[in-house]
Design a protein around this ligand. Structure first.
Ligand code: NAD
Ligand code: UFG
Length: 342
């Protein structure tokens, strides 16, 4: 298939581009580099030995997007582009709604006008809010999101679903096919050590913070609370290797090919690890010490969040293959080889 990958220079997009190309798909990337660098795409080319058509453009730039669709006939779009920092979204809600919702609205309009109505969308476990059941299945009702970032994901899921529903009601012969992928906590990096997560400034997320402590760039990790109702009091999450997550998108393409309508899949491992479990696993996997201190809870955090990945297993034949040791090893391998990112 010929696939438009929005945000393809970013963390998950670049890893997905590798898997798509390795599986024989043609990838075109559009990115505004607001949170990435063109070097990431060059590295993808190096890993895959392929040339990638790369457009530097903002999704809100309709003229640029129309040009991209005039140049290419796409079978599907995998839509990663967006802003993703939970804390920042609280202080800059307008920017988040404008970029995530505004960008997607322009993309969807240009797609439909060009007859491409197949999309795989990066959603998030955050749409479950404080989950009503653990492990979280796709049937778990969506919860109240505590921040604008989460609300953009939840709203976009609904906007996309409405497009498909309207097509069906209107008897459209070419209705939208939409796969909503709810990611849990992606970590790790490609085995080559050539691509990985490259956060700007001090990382918000646990694994890049740990790797920067390991590298001596940060003095110690602050663990946000040890008084949660979990086995050791620290927060529990479902960490998933980014390459496994990337492979989930390949499987989602098969759903698109089967004209799936709207389908939702969790992409997680189904296993929950606490913050202290991760610190210990990282130390053991890499033979390093991670100094840490216990701090107060981070506002908006929940105690436990992990998936049931059963639906993706049954319907897509997808399951995560890498365990916590590979996640910790590959995260460190990337950081060690690229101390200053790209
Ligand atoms: P990322 O920031 O590394 O990648 C996003 C890419 O989109 C960046 O390269 C950025 O420059 C680009 N971009 C942003 N706005 C754009 C715009 N208006 N026009 C063009 N390009 C634009 O983030 P990521 O971790 O790879 O996440 C990819 C997607 O997955 C995002 O939608 C994110 O919300 C979602 N997601 C991420 C996580 C996570 O923990 N990383 C979890 C759940 C969902
Ligand atoms: N944590 C610390 N110290 C840190 C950073 C994190 O103790 O310096 C803890 C958090 O309190 C939490 C766990 O580590 O218990 C994981 O935190 P992250 O910030 O890495 O991830 P979150 O689960 O908070 O959120 C991430 C993404 C969201 C996404 C969500 C679900 O940031 O965008 O996963 O996919 F929605």
């Amino acid at each position: 298939m010929k696939i438009l990958v929005t945000g393809g220079a970013g963390y998950i997009g670049s890893h997905t581009a590798v898997e798509l190309i390795n599986a024989g798909h043609e990838v075109v990337i559009v990115d505004n580099f607001s949170n990435s660098k063109p070097e990431a795409v060059r590295r993808v080319e190096k890993i895959t030995n392929a040339e990638i058509r790369l457009y530097e453009a903002d999704l809100r730039d309709r003229t640029a997007l129309e040009q991209i669709f005039a140049d290419n006939l796409f079978d599907c779009c995998i839509h990663f582009a967006g802003m993703k920092a939970v804390g920042e979204s609280v202080s800059k809600p307008w920017e988040y709604y404008d970029n995530n919702i505004g960008g997607t609205m322009v993309l969807l309009d240009v797609m439909r006008k060009n007859g491409c109505k197949n999309i795989i969308f990066s959603s998030s476990a955050t749409v479950y809010g404080s989950p009503a059941e653990i492990p979280i299945t796709e049937n778990c009702p969506k919860g109240k999101c505590t921040n604008p970032y989460g609300r953009t994901k939840s709203m976009l899921e609904e906007i996309l679903t409405d497009l498909h529903t309207a097509d069906v009601k209107n008897g459209d012969k070419n209705p939208w096919n939409i796969v909503l992928l709810r990611y849990f906590n992606p970590v790790g990096a490609h085995k080559s050590g050539l691509i990985g997560e490259d956060p700007k400034g001090i990382p918000n997320n646990l694994m890049p913070f740990i790797t920067q402590v390991a590298a001596g760039k940060l003095g110690f990790l602050t663990i946000f609370g040890n008084d949660y109702d979990t086995h050791d009091g620290t927060g529990v999450r479902d960490y998933i290797h980014v390459v496994d997550l990337a492979k989930g998108h390949l499987k989602a393409l098969s759903a698109i090919e089967k004209k799936c309508g709207v389908v939702i899949y969790n992409l997680g491992t189904g296993r929950g690890y606490s913050v202290l479990d991760i610190v210990r696993a990282f130390e053991e996997a890499n033979g390093l010490k991670i100094p840490y201190k216990i701090g107060p809870r981070r506002p908006g955090d929940i105690a436990v969040c992990y998936s049931s990945p059963e639906k993706a297993g049954k319907e897509l034949g997808w399951a995560a293959e890498n365990g916590i040791v590979e996640m910790c090893r590959d995260s460190w391998n990337w950081q060690k080889n690229n101390p200053n990112g790209y």
